[in-house]
Design a protein around this ligand. Structure first.
Ligand code: SF4
Length: 444
């Protein structure tokens, strides 16, 4: 429990980046409220700003800098700007201070942020505010527990179960910013999911930076966690966040196949479909290996399993033939939704030292082609549901109007409500179209 020294103050929270950051943002919002603050999603009138930052791409870093400047202007000289997360872990202290940051917290130690903000607000009120850098927490610290206080926030709850990565893909800065893999104790995960379910939540998404590494440090495994969470009474839907393809072995597939609540959707980042590029990326699998993982997943989890993915285009050494291999594998693997990222080197990663860079013009042209194929694949995948009945968990509901939600296969669906419609209710619709991969139908 925190103090109440932020009572009457409005704190703006903004989250950039991945689902792990979203979980941490929800945790911080709950803690700040427990310290007496009113948490706001708008900057106007805010006394302090908290930004959960991201550094996965150069663009993400640029956004962080912009947001800090905006927040600084909005809270004025008497207000405070606190940043935490990946960008905050990497930024120089002097740089941050000049941008307008007052409180700097890195990738670990975020649970100390609310108390530090409270102490700084108090000393600021008595005229003694100063810059603080709390990044002393070593990155190899163990699990930092960040339980959610308000468990009734969303239809779908993201439950952070793992942090850190030691895979060191050549393009990725994350292992340097989040440290080695650490796992949330299983009993804490189970307790949080139980509280979420008691709070009315029906769907939980287990989330991590390198989710497949769950349990490696605690003598457990993701498969064991899936089996345990699946047994929680009242939980109706269970999903996994992004999972590295090399993490999807027989044991995990077995646990997912046995789970009565696992939703048939996996997000397996492909990145490239060319063996040469995959090896330069240090991904740890081949194109054929990725295709085999997809086949094995469909054999255990059903032929309608939705496999979504990420593709990184324009990595050094990617020639036209290599890019064609990626397009071919996207088809061969039967991917659904595909996110396409144009490669840009992150300082400090191995990819900056690789030869044969791809020009931005060629990279962007390839990104366009990959996106076009992604749209075609998603529409083709979604099209198989036309004429079928699907269950949707309502996320947006306008009584007597248009409703929206997701199917178990994680396809977006819209329909006209018949009578009363309420968020978080499961309805059934008969699908009549799948334009752009979005299902549309009639409630039945
Ligand atoms: S597995 Fe690779 S891409 Fe994923 S966080 Fe680790 S280093 Fe980054």
């Amino acid at each position: 429990m925190g103090g109440t020294g932020l009572r009457g103050l409005t704190v703006w929270i903004h989250v950039l980046g991945c689902r792990s950051n979203l979980c941490e943002g929800d945790f911080l919002a709950g803690e700040l409220e427990a310290h007496g603050a009113v948490v706001s999603r708008g900057l106007e009138g805010a006394d302090a700003a908290v930004i959960v930052t991201c550094s996965v791409t150069a663009e993400a870093g640029r956004k962080c800098r912009q947001l800090v400047r905006r927040a600084r202007r909005a809270v004025g000289e008497r207000g405070l700007v606190a940043v935490c997360g990946c960008w905050a872990q990497a930024v120089g202290a002097e740089d941050a201070r000049e941008l307008g940051v007052d409180l700097l917290v890195g990738s670990r130690g975020k649970s100390r942020l609310p108390a530090a903000l409270e102490a700084m607000m108090n000393s600021s009120a008595s005229g003694g505010r100063s810059f603080q850098d709390l990044r002393s927490a070593p990155l190899d610290e163990g699990w930092e527990e960040m339980p959610l206080r308000d468990t009734g926030l969303h239809t779908r709850a993201f439950v952070k179960v793992q942090d850190g990565c030691d895979h060191f893909c050549a393009y990725c800065i994350i292992p340097f910013l989040r440290g080695r893999p650490v796992s949330r104790p299983m009993e804490n995960v189970l307790a949080e999911v139980r509280r979420l379910v008691e709070g009315g939540c029906r769907e939980a998404v287990l989330t991590g930076i390198h989710l497949g590494a769950y349990g490696r440090d605690t003598g457990s495994s993701l498969a064991e966690l899936v089996r345990a969470v699946s047994g929680i009474e009242g939980l109706e839907r269970l999903r996994l966040g992004s999972l590295e393809p090399f993490s999807l072995g027989d044991e995990l597939l077995g646990a997912l196949a046995d789970s009565p609540v696992f939703c048939p959707h996996l997000h397996l980042p492909l990145q490239s479909g060319d063996d040469g590029v995959l090896s330069r990326m240090r991904r740890g699998y081949t194109a054929e290996g990725f295709a085999r993982v997809c086949d094995a997943a469909r054999a255990r989890l059903g032929k309608d399993l939705h496999i979504s993915s990420d593709v990184l285009v324009g990595f050094p050494g990617e020639d036209e033939g290599a890019f064609q291999n990626t397009l071919a594998l996207m088809r061969r693997a039967g991917l659904g939704r595909v996110h396409v990222f144009p490669f840009s080197p992150r300082p400090g990663t191995a990819a900056t030292r690789l030869s044969a860079p791809v020009s931005p013009e060629v990279r962007d042209e390839r990104a366009g082609r990959a996106l076009a194929l992604g749209r075609e694949l998603l529409e083709g995948y979604a099209g198989r549901f036309i004429g079928r009945e699907v269950e949707v968990l309502t996320e947006e509901a306008v009584p007597g109007g248009r409703c929206g939600g997701h199917t178990p296969h994680f396809l977006e669906a819209v329909w006209e409500a018949e009578g009363d419609a309420a968020p978080n209710e499961a309805v059934h619709i008969r699908v009549s179209s799948a334009v752009g991969g979005r299902l549309e139908g009639r409630q039945i």
